[in-house]
Write a protein that binds this ligand. Structure first.
Ligand SMILES: Cc1cc2nc3c(=O)[nH]c(=O)nc-3n(C[C@H](O)[C@H](O)[C@H](O)COP(=O)(O)OP(=O)(O)OC[C@H]3O[C@@H](n4cnc5c(N)ncnc54)[C@H](O)[C@@H]3O)c2cc1C
Length: 410
């Protein structure tokens, strides 16, 4: 037999899953509703992703080597990468996603440009002879070839549709809390763009976000200026966006808004990420980290990890994996990244809680040991433990900064 897998959603999570499956010779269908989709996103990726996913240089708009953290009282801390070859990659999602999808297609995945409308789940998913049916509306090419309906039977389904994922809906994966992020792409004059050549900015403060941070990220010919806040404060999002525009006013003066984007960001994993023979990956599963709001790498990584588990446990497509098999992917994921999510959650709760703790956070980032720890864990996704003396110093610094924060806050 040959295993048939449908991957619903052609973002980083879906394409990276499809690539692994197709490479192993498994019959793989990758559904994407919009082939030139520009997912609303800051587009920042860690250095390790470039290597691990063999991304070519041309799909990276800018290499950011410096980061400016700006506190509520406008105290600035400059951080730079340590080694010459290090950088944070700034991408445009339409380019990155297009590249990953094309690569999966070249390796044998069948890309279907269609909107998945619903998924019929078999009555008894344990009975592997009962297929899942993917019902979709195939994109037409204008009036001569209008949209038409189709249906495809498969043995396994990977839900990679992001926040609004049809697979999550079909398997009743449960809800998650979310933040809402808003972003404007602004084309600024050349001299202003030169300032952002290899620099990204991160602003904190009640005026720009009640519980997160705001950013100015450089792209090829514009900057992305945005902010995020939790669902409970979502009515404030436009006011917060105005806040970041005002804080960065001098640096973006004369700019022209070329695109306005908004999208929800999941705050934690869904209650059920594998049900029957369906598994969720990326935003659909809820894999964005707190504190940094990072999700691209984790989407790509989870897609890959889920697919690798399927290839392994299906013996390269010779047998149909069961729910128990698919849950091996969850165990592996939680073992590898569970702690990272917990630590970043605690950091967000402690440091983004008030203007006083935000002042403390920025002040702490002035410390070279804190900088190294932060950059290394972001760029390489490995938490390199500091030696005990350094750990003590960082702890003392944290306490001192938290105490001083009250005095510094506006
Ligand atoms: C404003 C903003 C800024 C962000 N900035 C960053 C950042 O700088 N760095 C970072 O790492 N992360 C960032 N994130 C998070 C990041 O965007 C997500 O974590 C990431 O896109 C998740 O990838 P994914 O493949 O899981 O889902 P998505 O990227 O959402 O991809 C899902 C895909 O599925 C398709 N799809 C959905 N439903 C259907 C359907 N029914 N039929 C067919 N196709 C369908 C969609 O068209 C889409 O292409 C940001 C998020 C926001 C909102």
């Amino acid at each position: 037999m040959s295993l048939r897998v449908a991957v619903v959603g052609g973002g980083p999570a879906g394409s990276c899953a499809a690539e692994v499956l197709a490479k192993a010779g498994i019959e793989t269908y990758l559904f994407e509703r919009k082939l030139d989709n520009a997912k609303p996103c800051g587009g920042a990726i860690p250095l390790c992703m470039v290597d691990e996913f063999q991304l070519p240089e041309e799909i990276i708009d800018r290499k950011v080597r410096r980061m400016k953290m700006i506190s509520p009282s406008n105290h600035e801390v400059n951080i730079a990468v340590e080694r010459d070859h290090e950088y944070i990659g700034m991408t445009r999602r339409e380019i990155l996603d297009g590249f990953l999808r094309k690569r999966a297609e070249e390796l044998g995945a069948k890309v279907i440009n269609a909107v998945v409308i619903d998924i019929e789940v078999p009555k008894n998913p344990d009975d592997t002879s009962q297929p899942y049916a993917i019902n979709y509306s195939l994109k037409g090419k204008g009036t001569d070839t209008p949209d038409r309906l189709g249906s495809l039977e498969v043995d396994l389904v990977i839900g990679a549709g992001g926040f609004y994922c049809k697979v999550a809906e079909a398997i009743d994966a449960g809800d998650y809390n979310y933040a809402i992020a808003f972003q404007e792409r602004i084309r600024i004059p050349d001299d202003k763009m030169a300032y952002y050549e290899d620099l990204a900015e991160m602003y904190v403060g009640n005026d720009v976000s009640s519980d997160f941070y705001a950013w100015v990220f450089p792209k090829s010919d514009h900057v992305s200026v945005g902010t995020g806040t939790m669902k409970v404060n979502k009515a404030d999002i436009k006011k917060l966006q105005q806040g970041i525009r005002e804080r960065a006013a001098e640096k973006i003066r004369g700019g022209e808004v070329i695109k306005v984007e908004a999208h929800p960001i999941p705050e934690h994993p869904r209650p059920r990420r594998v049900v029957g023979r369906a598994a969720l990956v990326g935003d659909s599963a809820g894999y964005v980290t707190k504190s940094s709001g990072e999700g691209i790498y984790f989407a790509a990584k989870s897609g890959r990890m889920c697919a690798e588990t399927i290839v392994e446990l299906s013996k390269n497509g010779e047998r149909i994996p069961t729910e128990k098999d698919l849950k091996v992917y969850l165990k592996r994921w939680d073992r590898q990244y569970g702690l990272t999510y917990k630590v970043l959650d605690i950091l967000q709760r402690v440091f983004y809680a008030s203007d006083a703790t935000r002042e403390a956070f920025v002040e702490m980032c002035d410390d070279p040991d804190v900088q190294k720890l932060t950059f290394d864990s972001y760029l390489y996704k490995t938490v390199v433990p500091a030696n005990p003396i350094k750990q003590l110093k960082i702890t003392a610094k944290t306490i001192g900064s938290l105490l001083r924060g009250n005095a510094l806050a506006p």
